[in-house]
Ligand binder design. Structure first.
Ligand SMILES: [Zn+2]
Length: 362
């Protein structure tokens, strides 16, 4: 299925203001059209942009009312490459500011892009897990200090939530699952069943980096449930999911840690039984074959999508080309976009192929 022209933009640096102006006009026309019963349902949808930041994370959620949440900001450097790609996604969604920026943890592929982003688009509130706990890693300390310097200007609000708290974002329900190494203790409503996948998951030593402190969230939009745990590690997944599954089923698993082997235990992935998994890997980062196997073997998985072809995965451990935004070759910055509806149905659009796959409500 091909998308309407409104969606047919590539988030390239060459995208001109003229194109954005045209998009604005098209959206105004769409809004007018939405007044009629036969109108497209785009205005009632949650849009989620999986921006390609080459093995970091940058995931932008936009509610029907235009409230926005960006989870992580990609890397610093590269002449603002990641910030430019995020801003292009935001503008394509009709945003002139980003209301909330959630930093899962203070590694450079998550917090690194903050200074370049604030130089390009207004930000309302930052959300994070508290202090940086990894003071021995140079790039982490640098990213943390640059972020602290921005907070010290007093221009931004800051929220440091605990597990169980619901973030004050209108139009979708965002509940904190993990923060600073602490996890939700009580099963979510409807969850709490014994998790059979625990016995399939080896016990691993506790992680000692910022990863385990990731600020993880479960995002609910009507019947649609999406899980983002940042780079939360295997040991914490086991704590969260064993012996009982505290999360229940989710529709969309935003693959933890770029599909690297330190995360995505069977206890987590087979416990949440996602319909779709979306992996924000880079060509040379993430997409470990053993992790790819665990995701692909997940019961009821309909598709795994990848932001990049994984070089480590080779021919045996990559999905079919139509599910990859950026195949082998020069960096093109193609993105994936999910459009979710309150009945639980959703679409995934690949900006490279311009094709959309529909996942009907179940
Ligand atoms: Zn990461």
């Amino acid at each position: 299925m091909t998308r309407s022209p409104r969606f047919e933009f590539n988030f390239r640096k060459t995208l001109s203001a003229v194109v954005f102006a045209a998009a604005g006009t098209a959206m105004a026309l769409l809004s007018a059209a939405n007044a009629t019963p036969a109108a497209p349902a785009a205005a009632e949808s949650l849009r989620v942009y999986f921006v390609d930041v080459e093995g970091g994370q940058a995931t932008l959620f936009v509610t029907p009312e235009g409230q926005s949440l960006l989870i992580d900001t990609g890397w610093d450097g590269n002449n603002g490459r990641d910030a430019d790609r995020i801003v292009a996604a935001a503008k394509s969604a009709g945003l002139t500011k980003i209301d909330y920026v959630l930093i899962t943890h203070f590694h450079e592929d998550h917090v690194g892009g903050v200074p370049q982003l604030v130089a390009r688009i207004p930000i309302g509130t930052f959300i994070d897990h508290g202090e940086n706990r990894e003071s021995t890693d140079g790039p982490t300390v640098q990213g943390w200090q640059a972020y602290q310097a921005l907070l010290a200007t007093g221009k931004y609000k800051r929220i440091t939530p605990k597990p169980g708290e619901v973030l004050p974002i209108q139009g979708m329900h965002v509940e904190v699952i993990s923060a600073d190494g602490v996890l939700s203790e009580k099963p979510l409503p409807g969850a709490g069943q014994e998790n059979a996948a625990c016995k399939e998951s080896e016990t691993r030593p506790a992680d000692k980096t910022e990863n385990l402190r990731s600020l993880g969230t479960l995002i609910t939009f009507g019947k649609l449930r999406l899980l983002d745990l940042g780079d939360l590690t295997w040991d914490k997944e086991m704590e969260l999911m064993c012996p009982v599954n505290k999360l229940g089923h989710v529709d969309v698993y935003i693959v933890s840690h770029h599909g690297w082997q330190q995360s995505s235990s069977p206890a987590l992935v087979w416990g949440i039984t996602p319909r779709v998994a979306i992996m924000d890997n880079g060509a040379k980062k993430g997409g470990t074959p053993s992790t790819w196997d665990i995701i692909e073997k997940s019961p009821h998985l309909e598709n795994l999508w990848q932001l990049h072809y994984s070089e480590e995965g080779g021919t045996a451990h990559n999905v079919a080309a139509e599910f990859i935004a950026n195949p082998q070759g020069p960096d093109a910055g193609n993105y994936l976009e999910l459009t979710g509806r309150g009945d639980g149905s959703f679409d995934v659009f690949n900006s490279r192929t311009q094709e959309t796959k529909r996942y009907p409500a179940r």
